[in-house]
Write a protein that binds this ligand. Structure first.
Ligand code: CP
Length: 325
């Protein structure tokens, strides 16, 4: 197992070798056991992690804040308004300075066309690991926790059918980062991925191509369908959430109108009957209950949403323990 990950950035799962991800999952399970046994695991005593959030968060922020505390370190929660970023200080100056104070920096910035580029720019100048806490393109700390959850629940993942489905959800446009992370990561670990969405809600062609290529190399499958029932047939895993329409990234009203064409894209008990008897329902949360999914499914026997959310903590700790000096 390769464990030489000190100083490595985590911006896109694809930047990590499969062996490195396996090491991360192993570490997460070790840390999970230690926490259950109340064994001290202060591997980051006196270290500081900066958490720079351009948007709101419940799970990600708290997984990293409580995680670094359990590892013996400390988190500094930052928002642009309380830093000189709000006055225009750029990524180079921000990270050159923070690199001299602390040992890691996590960032959430999901602004389309900005978030990933900002993180890559920070990483270029950073002497401490940069961790993507969700950008416009990817959400690796969530997808890796999801992979851990799937390994715990299903054991051998090879040949299992993983459905990444779009759902209806009104009011605001959700990022495409979650489906893009999941469709590229899961085929590498043997899952057969079915991506399901209405035609207008396609993902970035180069990311879809990467997912296909990952599947080809791993001997798994990747397909796209435009019908929810077709996708759900004999599925082992249903991961269903809303996302925006790429063709209109600068035009939110048009996307919201498009979303209104597809209120039937909802996870229902009836739909879950098409899946395998012991299939799992997953969602990264927050969920639009009653809209994206019936409460009976979110709270029912297929659902693993809270185990999935818990694993955010264990993966966050593993990322920090392995990458921070
Ligand atoms: N899944 C997820 O990233 O949740 P938060 O937005 O609450 O961090």
């Amino acid at each position: 197992m390769y464990t030489g990950l000190k100083g490595k950035h985590l911006i896109y799962e694809q930047d990590w070798e499969k062996e490195e991800i396996e090491a991360l999952l192993d570490m997460a399970l070790d840390l999970k056991k230690m926490r259950a046994l109340k064994q001290s695991h202060k591997y980051l005593d006196t270290r500081t992690l900066f958490l720079l959030f351009f948007e709101e968060s419940t799970r990600t922020r708290n997984a990293f804040e409580t995680g670094i505390t359990q590892l013996g370190g400390h988190a500094n929660y930052l928002i642009p308004k309380l830093t000189q970023i709000d006055h225009g200080e750029g990524p180079k100056d921000t990270v050159e300075v923070l690199s001299r104070y602390g040992e890691g920096i996590g960032i959430r910035n999901t602004t389309w066309g900005v978030g990933n580029r900002y993180m890559r720019e920070l990483a270029k100048y950073s002497r401490i690991p940069v961790i993507n806490l969700q950008c416009d393109l990817f959400h690796p700390t969530q997808s890796l926790a999801d992979l851990l959850t799937l390994k715990e629940k299903l054991g051998d993942l090879r040949g299992k059918k993983f459905v990444m489905s779009w759902t209806y959800a009104p009011k605001y446009v959700r990022p495409i980062s979650m489906p893009q992370s999941l469709i590229t990561l899961m085929p590498r670990f043997g899952l057969d991925v079915t991506l399901a969405h209405p035609p207008e809600f396609f993902l970035m062609p180069e990311i879809v191509e990467q997912a296909r290529e990952n599947a080809r190399k791993a001997g798994s499958r990747f397909e796209i369908v435009h019908d929810m029932d077709e996708a759900f047939q004999d599925a082992d895993v249903i991961y269903a959430k809303s996302w925006g329409a790429l063709a209109y990234t600068q035009d939110e009203p048009t996307i919201l109108q498009l979303i209104e064409k597809y209120p039937g894209w909802k996870v229902t008990e009836q739909g879950m009957q098409l899946t395998k008897e012991d299939s799992r329902y997953m969602h990264c949360m927050p969920i639009d209950r009653g809209i994206e999914v019936e409460n009976a499914v979110a709270d029912g026997s297929h659902s693993v949403i809270y185990d999935e959310a818990e694993n955010r903590l264990h993966i966050a700790k593993a990322i920090m323990a392995l990458t921070m000096e």
